[in-house]
Design a protein around this ligand. Structure first.
Ligand code: F6R
Length: 359
């Protein structure tokens, strides 16, 4: 039940620290070693390429998963829209392993890809929140997200659970492959930091109501920008905001705006900039300058180590590859408050259903 909450979306945002702790407890032992079915670890470790298929928010979690798998296992990883791959099947490596990310486990677009994979004898793993769901039953292996029921149409805690679970699997597989980065990856500690960090952000949620009111609700459009792993979060932040507030929002690789889209920046156009990538932090600052000088109202969401005096939101420290676990939370809260302040039905945006069982 919603309890004292007006909408499930905020309740589910608030549940994320608990989800991080549960995943850590259930999938990591007291020494931080992964507790993942050995058959799954062996199957992934044996692959020469990982292919992740999903839709919407789960696809965006897959973009983060790509970086996690490549960093900690060394296995090249591709991410595709299930809806596209189903009818334009990618060229396969010799030993492919498919991962399906799906909160509901019922997404029709993903089922098409899985059917084809089964026809071809490709090993598959479904990460889902729903035990016994179709994608779980039809795949060789399942790992459960354990996020608890997600009721709001806009996905929040399933996204962060998908990232954490992919990190757990990446560490398990990487250790099996004697990957030094995987051995050194103190995931138990990092997930504890993630839980604390998310808690700190949601405890300050009023700030996001203010920002949404000041910068977003009167605008017909908005942009999210970021580089590296922040680009993936920019796509998710944009989907969340447009989905529940109806403010048309696009996520961009920060430097790409100037290759065309910057012509849409006017006085007061909201641009939300994400900075967690040490390699490109200064370059993104440059891109903020470019849009500011053309009139944009910029909101900065920045990891502590990159923070400057005038940044709007400063995120607690976290491993770069897990930073989306924190960065996404302000984007969820901005979306929530923009929708709520506009008087919309936050949990049930128009034209949408919780699970999409048509192609
Ligand atoms: C957006 C959202 C959708 C779903 C997508 C996939 O907030 O919820 O984009 O992520 O429809 O759904 P699942 O994960 O159930 O396969």
């Amino acid at each position: 039940s919603k309890g004292t909450y007006e909408f499930y979306m905020l309740k589910e945002i608030d549940e994320q620290p608990g989800v991080m702790r549960r995943l850590s407890q259930d999938y990591l032992d007291e020494n931080g070693e992964p507790l993942v079915d050995q058959k799954i670890v062996d199957a992934v470790a044996n692959a020469d390429r990982i292919y992740i298929f999903a839709a919407g928010t789960s696809y965006h979690a897959g973009l983060v998963g790509k970086d996690l798998f490549e960093k900690y296992t060394g296995i090249p990883t591709e991410v595709g829209y299930a809806s596209e791959a189903g009818y334009h099947f990618p060229i396969m490596s010799k030993r492919p392993l498919f991962i399906f990310l799906s909160q509901s486990g019922e997404t029709a677009d993903s089922r098409v890809v899985l059917k084809e994979a089964n026809k071809r004898g490709i090993t598959s793993l479904t990460m889902t929140n729903v035990e016994g769901s179709t994608l779980s039953r039809e795949a060789d292996f399942t790992m459960l997200l354990k996020a608890g029921p997600e009721i709001a149409v806009a996905s929040t805690k399933a996204y962060t659970a998908q990232i954490a679970l992919q990190a757990i699997l990446a560490k398990a597989v990487g250790e099996k492959l004697a990957n030094q980065d995987a051995k050194d990856f103190d995931l138990k500690h990092q997930l504890a930091l993630a839980a604390e960090g998310i808690q700190e952000i949601v405890d300050g949620k009023e700030r996001f109501a203010e920002l949404a009111k000041k910068y977003l609700i009167a605008s017909r459009n908005a942009f999210y920008i970021g580089r590296g792993i922040d680009h993936a979060v920019a796509l998710e932040g944009a989907l969340k905001l447009k989905e529940v507030s109806y403010i048309q929002t696009e996520g961009f690789a920060a430097a790409e705006l100037k290759h065309g889209t910057i012509s849409l920046i006017e006085d007061g156009t909201p641009v939300i900039a994400l900075i967690n990538d040490p390699v490109t932090a200064d370059l993104t600052r440059g891109n903020i300058q470019e849009v500011t000088s053309r009139g944009a109202s910029v909101i900065t969401i920045v990891g502590k180590q990159f923070a400057k005096e005038n940044d709007d939101v400063v995120l607690p420290d976290l491993n770069y590859y897990l930073s989306p676990l924190l960065t996404v939370v302000p984007t969820q809260l901005l979306a929530y408050y923009a929708s709520k302040e506009k008087g919309l039905d936050v949990d049930k945006p128009r034209n949408l259903a919780k699970s999409v069982t048509v192609e």
